[in-house]
Design a protein around this ligand. Structure first.
Ligand code: HEC
Length: 464
């Protein structure tokens, strides 16, 4: 070694104990039987670091305001050298991250690696998964094109259906009566400041736990069933026999490289879908979320009317709680998926349901534009309310009002009008607004048949 370099290394050695540290870190032995599946965690980390890096570059040029967001992206795409590719890397990288993180979760689940003593690593991991999904949700709005805008309108309303906290959540997310400049500011702050800080903090905790516990043993041979009492002895015995951490890092590298190449290829070959600039007055637009939210979106249509919170709140909440608490109620000794049929069976059923709903979402024909969102909503309403909804449309109320993201905002947003007004008040007001509010700018509907007015008022009162 060149004497200078060796002197430099000596300098560090005296201060940091570099040699011992590195030897200790790189040459510690892993338990027997680590596989290629064990590289998914580091692949996820690699992709997250890449997202951060490409995110830095996009943030140099992106302007988070409704007037400039869309144009700033067009500028990045068309004017900045390699801008199109960097954006492509970030956009397709997001999907790839979700896929890899999800497979990592599946790997850990099916290998029973969430069991003693790694219950907390699992809990932190579930939070990491949710955080990655939140990155997807907040990032989706930033381009401020039609699909970004309308998917967020739907998304914030879904958050609003949560019991008790729904209204606060909705207001915090949206920041105003409609999705607008403040919503964009909040989503941007969440996407580039709040979520990254939380994500990296959780990653740090997750990694330090992995280093402390060591990689979980593959549930083969002696490890398909382990009682807690014998775990430490078995693990220690197995540790001497596996590959070194250094060898495992090489494996990680071997996976990261094709992943990077795949992503570069995706960014070069596939265009990032971009629609027209967001138009809050477009009443015909039928929103669709990013593909990894299809299953939630499809779930929505299975639950009509007042049952919607089951799809938007109770099922997702139950699923997350089930995931978080899994290591605490699956306390069997079995680690191999075959030795714990209940957990594996439930997980396989959940996977099949998610796959089916995602497939349905992906292959659903784009609904005929006009009235499609409406007919879906109508189909979801009980008949008594559907009639009121029909009157609402026939009378052209959407010319001045926004309802669940559709219509023109000349008057107040009626999405939650039932929370502030009852049916009696609504009936009186719609019949003759000036009689209720002397200076009202809304036209009277005195000619409306009484049954229609009743139905309309009942429908509006149900919007909470
Ligand atoms: C020409 C525009 C226009 C049309 C059409 C219109 N509205 Fe309005 N509406 C307004 C305006 C503006 C307000 C704001 C309050 C006011 O000026 O009285 C309002 C207020 C309301 C309110 C009160 C909301 C609240 O919480 O105070 C309700 C309910 C309402 N409209 C329902 C309807 C219904 C139902 C229809 C269709 C039958 C309709 N509006 C048609 C302009 C309109």
């Amino acid at each position: 070694m060149a004497p200078r370099l060796s002197r430099l290394l000596d300098w560090f050695q005296e201060r940091l104990g570099t040699r011992e540290q590195l030897t200790c870190f790189l040459y510690r032995r892993l338990p027997e039987g680590t596989t290629w599946w064990h590289t998914l965690g580091s692949a996820a980390l690699f992709l997250i670091l890449l997202q951060t890096l490409t995110g830095f570059f996009l943030a140099f040029y992106y302007v988070p305001s409704p007037e400039h967001a869309y144009d700033s992206l067009v500028y990045i795409q068309n004017e900045i050298p390699f801008g199109r590719y960097v954006r492509g890397l970030h956009y397709w990288g997001a999907s790839l991250t979700v896929v890899v993180v999800f497979f990592h979760l599946l790997r850990v689940f099916f290998m029973g690696a969430y069991k003693y003593p790694r219950e907390l690593s699992w809990v932190v991991g579930v939070f990491l998964f949710l955080l990655v999904m939140l990155f997807g949700f907040t990032g989706y709005l930033l381009p401020w094109d039609q699909k970004a805008y309308w998917a967020t309108v739907v998304g914030t309303h879904i958050a609003g259906t949560a019991p008790l906290v729904g209204d606060y959540l909705w207001r915090i997310l949206q920041g105003g009566a409609t999705v607008g400049a403040r919503t964009l500011g909040r989503f941007y702050a969440a996407h580039v400041l709040i979520l990254p800080v939380v994500l990296y903090a959780f990653i740090l905790v997750h990694l330090s736990m992995v280093i402390y516990q060591g990689i979980a043993p593959t549930p083969r041979r002696g490890f398909d069933r382990i009682r807690k009492e014998e775990y430490d002895r078995l693990y220690e015995a197995s540790k001497g026999k596996g590959e070194t951490f250094f060898e495992h890092l090489l494996r990680d590298g071997v996976v990261a490289l094709p992943l990077l190449l795949l992503l570069v290829w995706m960014a070069a070959a596939w265009k990032v879908p971009m629609e027209g600039v967001a138009d809050p007055t477009d009443t015909e637009y039928v929103p669709r979320p990013e593909w990894y939210f299809y299953f939630l979106f499809e779930l929505l249509w299975q639950f009509p009317g007042k049952w919607i919170p089951v799809a938007t709140f109770y099922i997702p909440l139950a699923a997350v709680l089930l995931l978080l608490l899994l290591p605490f109620f699956d306390r069997t000794a079995g680690r191999s998926p075959l030795k714990r049929p209940l957990a594996s069976g439930l997980a396989t059923a959940a996977l099949a349901a998610i796959a089916f709903l995602t497939y349905q979402g992906a292959t659903a024909p784009p609904p005929p534009k006009a009235g499609a969102a409406l007919s879906r909503e109508m189909a979801a309403l009980p008949p008594a309310l559907a009639r009121g909804r029909a009157v609402y449309d026939a009378q052209g109320c959407s010319a001045c009002h926004v309802l669940k993201g559709t219509g023109t905002a000349a008057g107040p947003d009626l999405t939650r009008v039932g929370a502030r007004r009852d049916a009696e008040w609504l009936k009186r007001f719609v019949r003759d607004p000036a009689a209720v509010k002397p200076d009202s700018a809304m036209p009277p509907y005195t000619d409306l048949p009484a049954e229609d007015l009743d139905a309309l008022a009942r429908y509006l009162a149900s919007l909470k």
